[in-house]
Design a binder for this molecule. Structure first.
Ligand code: ADP
Ligand code: GN1
Ligand code: MG
Length: 364
């Protein structure tokens, strides 16, 4: 789809003349563009067309992001040597004073300052990068642990609620809307045989053993920007920042930081969890967030990657059975391929679970 990016850009209060707009990033949800300005000394921007089929209340979502970024910026501004223009997202307001606009087709758009000289990785190739990613998420959670005010709006209800995700999967299996169920019985069995174990975190929450905190809920490694020296810089993609368990963030970061192959790898023999990267991420994370966690939260950190990787398999398989209505896909079997790769990663984590627990026990 072609958009008039210049016209949309000019509805925001950005300083700088529109020069160009190009597609940016590998996200599965929004359409993201980098806007370059003509003046070398002026900021560039990230302009996003938001997916309002998935996020049904954009004004509330934007309100969450405003609250979170104001809180982070206030904190950063008190830390000598920090740069709140680079270490947290900065929304650009529209000419009518909001952090979003709608265009003539009813699409929602928002804009951020572009953070220059960053590195963003889909795959992690060194313990040092994993360690820095862990620090970024640990610091993010710690800084938000005292955010005042009412709980954040739930931008996608029951986002990581595995019971609800399994109910949806079972409903889609029963409805079989595009006739794909017959081809995925192995994957369905692999999922259903693990269902009980995966309810562990929800049960701990219900029993009051772990608290709901402000969590990011989409800590895929490419949502953590590192700086030019690969040091922790900024956590981006704040659409799902809302109440959650710390396990969700720890788990999703491990799912993506430690995988030796891509999320949608076709050669399943390449998909494994690298335990050295697990150890490094955990060290970084606990160095920043360790003091804020209770003992039960710590005890179940090693379990979290299995849960989140499993949830992704459930969600990708559900979308495949449903006829690909949620995630962007690049070919017909893409969601199935993603589901298979995630299941393989769950199995690799299962094989190394003893070691993962030992590492957390030693660090925590
Ligand atoms: P999605 O939900 O589609 O993943 P993101 O908000 O993660 O959207 O943005 C997609 C990509 O755009 C990111 O992976 C990153 O490369 C880039 N990006 C997003 N925000 C910024 C920013 N403020 N500065 C620099 N790059 C950014
Ligand atoms: C989506 O937006 P992006 O690409 O960072 C998804 C996440 C999944 C991820 C899997 C709102 O994240 O939950 O973990 O794809 N975001 C939403 O790659 O569903
Ligand atoms: Mg993203």
């Amino acid at each position: 789809m072609d958009y008039n990016l210049k016209e949309i850009y000019e509805r925001f209060t950005a300083d700088g003349t529109f020069l160009s707009g190009v597609t940016c990033g590998s996200g599965h949800i929004h359409d993201t563009f980098k806007i370059e300005t003509a003046e070398k000394e002026k900021d560039d921007f990230i302009l996003q067309r938001l997916n309002n089929k998935i996020f049904k209340n954009i004004p509330e979502l934007q309100n969450n992001i405003e609250r979170v970024t104001v809180h982070l910026r206030n904190k950063l501004n008190k830390i000598p040597g920090s740069d709140s223009k680079r270490e947290c997202l900065n929304l650009v307001m529209s000419r009518d004073g909001k952090s979003w606009i709608t265009d003539k087709d009813g699409s929602y758009w928002r804009m951020f300052l572009f953070i220059p000289n960053h590195h963003s990785y889909d795959l992690v190739d060194s313990p040092e990068k994993a360690y820095q990613g862990g620090k970024a998420i640990g610091r993010f959670q710690a800084m938000l642990s005292d955010m005042p005010g009412a709980p954040l709006f739930e931008t996608i209800p029951k986002f990581h609620d595995i019971e609800s995700r399994l109910n949806v999967l079972n409903t889609k299996i029963a409805a079989n809307p595009v006739g794909r169920v017959k081809n995925v019985s192995k994957e369905i069995d692999q999922i259903l045989s693990r269902a009980e174990e995966m309810k562990t975190i929800l049960k701990l929450g219900r029993d009051g053993k772990i608290p709901l905190r402000i969590t990011h809920n989409d800590t895929k490694f490419n949502n953590i920007l590192l700086d030019q020296n690969d040091k922790a810089l900024c956590v981006i993609d704040l659409d799902t920042v809302m109440p959650g368990y710390v396990h969700y963030d720890f788990g999703d970061a491990i799912r993506t930081a430690t995988n030796t192959a891509t999320e949608d790898e076709t050669d399943l023999s390449k998909v494994k969890m690298n335990i050295n990267l697990f150890k490094a991420y955990s060290e970084g994370y606990l160095s920043e967030a360790g003091n804020t966690l209770n003992n039960v939260e710590k005890e179940y950190l090693a379990f979290a990657p299995k849960l989140i990787t499993y949830i992704m398999a459930v969600r990708f398989l559900t979308d495949f059975i449903d006829g690909d209505n949620y995630y962007k896909i690049h070919h017909e079997l893409h969601n199935l391929q993603r589901a298979k790769a995630q299941l393989k990663l769950v199995m690799s984590m299962e094989e190394q679970y003893g070691e993962m627990r030992k590492i957390i026990e030693e660090l925590a």
